[in-house]
Design a protein around this ligand. Structure first.
Ligand code: ADP
Ligand code: ZN
Length: 614
């Protein structure tokens, strides 16, 4: 019997017709015994890079994975494909764990997922040595390899000890995988895991199916509601907020309006958190309102949107958090709103913490890069990738700036008025008061400080309150004004304000769009998600296909996407296969799933067609 090729496994087991990007090269390299370091964005298809070699090589592949939920998901998915896979972690009782170990030793497993702390026990390493003596160790796959980095927020000390795999099993190939792109992390992975001789595969970190949009916050809840209604009425998504309190309040507010929203933050007890996470994974259309505590290890492929009601801390965080949308490659939206108040609050938070001065400086720079991104009028995909050192040609057609180029205006005069008003009032007031002075409004505060006597009082009547607010937001974000360290968030001038005050430099600012109008008109243009599902959502066949998927998922206690992904279901909907052969040609339908579910889904299609004829 000749052994199958990588292509055969791809199509027969996984049901896919082509490799993506560098997958094929990686599979070939690792299958023939080479070490590899794979950097690929979320949703890029990292799992196949070790799963196919696992099926090609003799013996068992050990996959190190940091999260229990992630392991369970992967193992369930593999079992659906009739691949012999199990996991070993603290969620198993002693008896179940012994059972898995004995199957491992009997050579019955192709893949075993283990938590790092379990792998590192002497007992487990001894098992591995016995397997190795029988030449039954195929491969080590180290998933989420960035966990070795103590600078990242996913740091797992045990990950550093994984170097023992290299020391004790030097002839077993290793593949380390991560979606963390930056060069320092990469260097740390190589050093900590002794992967100096591994071949590096670095994919593009572009996420072309995510439409990035940034808007100005006016009435956040109304804006959120309008966004959800117009674009994601039936979809699963994540809404990020900065504080626990805001998470709770926003979730309750959404629930009261009939949305299936759940809160998630570190202040909830474990059981509640797990239950909500489970519901997010297993039910359809759940909105998770969460702090950043929610996210890592969320492998749900059909998260259709990620909303930021508050600014993330850095471009890295923004990329990572928005990256949880659209793993399945279908259109998804990253939508963020922010205001001048947010910028001031973030700056103040950074200044007032008790981190070292060095640390604060780095964090300020990171926040500035993010604010620069927010205010930028350039292609968002290009701006995000440039931050990570990658070149993108721009004009993506999948971001707000490309879909509706922002207008800019020569704001030099307005900015000079604003800066001079800051100076004349003594560099200690916030934007609210400064705008009152510029617009010549008599308020108790103006009176108290006699600011009506200043030369800048009332010189800015030509601009509306909102326009001034936009000017201040942009010049604070752009670094012409800084937020006072202590207390009230007063604004003062920076060095960079000088040439502008002296009339040596011009300033162009972006024209804010009317926020509410903006949301709706955007919705009309950019709801690609809705388009993708448009024909489907109203159709009884689509509903019936989804109901069948849900029924099968419930029967087996797995998330619906483990049965079929949305993309596969959508293709069934469009192709309407009439027999098993036709169904088997659809991407994502391999032999095992065809045998298991083929007839049930064919019947759903057939019944709907008959109803249609009648
Ligand atoms: P990552 O771990 O890199 O985030 P996954 O391995 O979970 O990504 O893959 C993301 C999705 O893409 C999965 O649903 C997977 O089944 C699908 N996928 C991966 N490779 C291919 C391929 N060659 N053809 C079609 N779909 C693929
Ligand atoms: Zn663009």
């Amino acid at each position: 019997m000749s052994s199958p090729s990588a292509e055969q496994i791809l199509s027969e087991v996984f049901g896919y017709s082509d490799f993506r990007g560098e997958q094929q090269k990686i599979v070939e390299h690792v299958s023939s015994g080479g070490d590899a370091l794979v950097l690929m964005p979320t949703g890029g298809g990292k799992s196949l890079c070790y799963q196919i070699p696992a099926l090609l090589r003799q013996g068992v592949t050990i996959v190190v994975s940091p999260l229990i939920a992630l392991m369970q998901d992967q193992v369930e998915t593999l079992k659906q494909l009739d691949v012999q896979a199990e996991f070993l972690n603290s969620s198993l009782d002693a008896r179940a764990a012994r059972e898995v170990s004995s199957r491992l030793m009997n050579g019955e497993l192709k893949l075993l997922y283990v938590a790092p702390e379990r792998l590192l026990t002497e007992g487990f390493l001894n098992l591995l040595e016995r397997l190795q003596a029988r030449e039954s160790l195929a491969l080590f796959a180290i998933d989420e390899a960035h966990c070795v980095s103590q600078w990242g927020h996913d740091f797992r000390p045990e990950y550093r000890e994984l170097i023992v795999l290299h020391q004790r099993f030097p002839s077993v190939p290793r593949i380390a995988l991560t979606a963390t792109a930056d060069a320092p992390t990469r260097a740390e992975i190589i050093e900590r895991l002794a992967l100096e001789n591994a071949r590096q595969f670095i994919a593009s970190f572009d996420r072309p199916n995510i439409c990035y949009r940034v808007a100005i916050k006016s009435n956040p809840r109304q804006q959120l509601q309008a966004f959800l209604e117009a674009e994601h009425a039936n979809d699963a998504g994540i809404v990020y907020c900065l504080s626990r309190k805001k998470v709770e309040e926003t979730a309750i507010w959404l629930q009261a309006r009939g949305w299936k929203a759940l809160p998630y933050h570190a202040g909830l007890d474990n059981a509640t958190r797990n239950q909500y996470q489970r519901r997010f994974l297993r039910e359809e259309g759940v909105i998770m309102v969460a702090t950043v505590a929610f996210g890592m290890g969320i492998d749900k492929p059909n998260v259709r949107f990620v909303v930021h009601l508050d600014l993330p801390k850095s471009m890295e965080s923004y990329y990572q958090e928005t990256g949880r949308a659209g793993r399945d490659g279908l259109p998804a939206t990253a939508w963020m709103i922010y205001s001048l108040g947010d910028v001031v609050a973030m700056r103040q938070m950074l200044n007032s913490g008790d981190a070292s001065e060095d640390r604060k400086r780095i964090e300020r720079q990171k926040l500035d890069a993010l604010l620069g991104f927010c205010e930028s009028t350039a292609c968002r995909h290009q701006t995000v990738l440039r931050y990570f050192g990658e070149v993108h040609p721009g004009n993506c057609g999948q971001c707000d700036n490309c879909l509706r180029p922002a207008d800019t205006w020569d704001a030099t005069e307005a900015v000079r008025m604003a800066l001079s008003c800051v100076y004349r009032t003594g560099q200690r007031f916030g934007a609210g008061h400064l705008i009152d002075v510029l617009r010549g409004k008599m308020t108790p505060q103006v009176e108290r400080f006699s600011h009506q006597q200043l030369s800048t009082f009332g010189i800015g009547k030509a601009l509306t309150q909102q326009q001034w607010s936009s000017v201040f937001r942009q010049i604070v974000a752009g670094g012409l004004l800084q937020v006072e360290m202590e207390a009230y968030g007063g604004l003062n001038l920076t060095e960079e304000a000088r040439p502008i005050l002296r009339g040596e430099k011009k300033v162009w600012l972006r024209q804010d769009r009317e926020t509410i109008k903006h949301t709706t008109s955007h919705a009309e243009r950019a709801s690609r998600t809705r388009e993708a599902f448009a024909a489907a959502n109203e159709d009884p066949l689509w509903q019936a296909l989804k109901a069948m998927r849900m029924q099968l998922a419930r029967e087996q206690g797995v998330p619906p996407y483990v049965i079929f992904h949305d993309s596969t279901l959508l293709e069934i909907f469009h192709q309407r296969p009439g027999n098993l052969t036709e169904l088997g040609c659809i991407s994502g339908v391999g032999q095992a799933k065809l045998a298991r579910y083929g007839n049930q889904f064919l019947k759903v299609v057939e019944e709907a067609m008959c109803d249609g004829i009648r």
